[in-house]
Design a protein around this ligand. Structure first.
Ligand SMILES: [Fe+2]
Length: 248
């Protein structure tokens, strides 16, 4: 075991394997070069507002917040697309469930288009699809939501690069400074292995951990397919979080 005990706690700290996450500067993903740090990292303690500030949304979830098929409906109809249930468990480094944490998700519509004023892709907007929602993990750390499968979309990187179908995830933690952000992909999608952003991750097992598994057992009969996506917050098998490439 490579972990060591933290003084004053009964847990084990599992040191992160830094080969698991991609380097910040990966030229195949062009804009990473502009964002990558050019100086060594400095460490700051938490500020008072980070420690004592409010957490958002935990008590304010609406009945449709975890239903992207209906939560933006303009005419009472459902969003267009392959109907899905996406669910999973949020776990800590010791595979213990993390209850009561806010999980947010956002995605393109079935045609691969985001509802965003800077979105320029030619695919049509779906008037009944907003593309975002949120859920709170239950006592066993599970979240779930209904949505439609997002389409692949092109992006200006290498001239003809496409993002595979994916859903963006945020796990809020106890304060904004703890927020973790990642992306979920779909089992069996060949586009995953052609994506320059996915290609920045050197470890195939780390990529596999970002791929949700088709779960026939939890499909909604005559309605929706199910995909399972578990999220590990820390440790050697941490999910890759794109806003914490330096560690979390
Ligand atoms: Fe995206």
């Amino acid at each position: 075991m490579t972990g060591h005990f933290l003084p004053g706690t009964d847990g084990v700290l599992f040191q992160r394997d830094r080969a698991w996450h991609p380097p910040a500067d990966t030229p195949g993903y062009k804009s990473s070069t502009l964002r990558a740090p050019r100086h060594s990292l400095l460490s700051f303690g938490p500020t008072r507002s980070e420690m004592a500030g409010p957490t958002f949304g935990h008590e304010r979830l609406g009945a449709l917040d975890n239903d992207l098929i209906r939560n933006f409906s303009q005419d009472g109809g459902d969003a267009i697309g392959q109907r899905l249930v996406v669910y999973g468990q949020v776990l800590d480094e010791n595979a213990r469930p993390v209850p009561g944490t806010l999980v947010e998700f956002w995605q393109a519509n079935a045609g691969g288009r985001y509802r965003h004023k800077k979105e320029g892709y030619v695919a049509a907007l779906d008037p009944n699809f907003g593309g975002f929602g949120r859920a709170i993990t239950d006592a066993q750390g599970f979240y779930h939501f209904r949505t439609v499968r997002p389409g692949a979309y092109p992006w200006p990187n290498g001239g003809n690069d496409w993002r595979p179908s994916h859903i963006h995830f945020s796990i809020f933690g106890h304060a904004f400074a703890q927020r973790l952000i990642t992306q979920m992909y779909f089992e069996g999608d060949p586009m995953i292995w052609q994506c320059p952003i996915v290609g920045t991750i050197p470890d195939r097992a780390a990529i596999e951990q970002l791929i949700a598994r088709l779960d026939r057992h939890n499909t909604t009969p005559m309605d929706a397919l199910a995909y399972r996506f578990d999220i590990v917050l820390r440790g050697r098998r941490s999910t890759m979080f794109e806003n914490r490439l330096e560690g979390n």
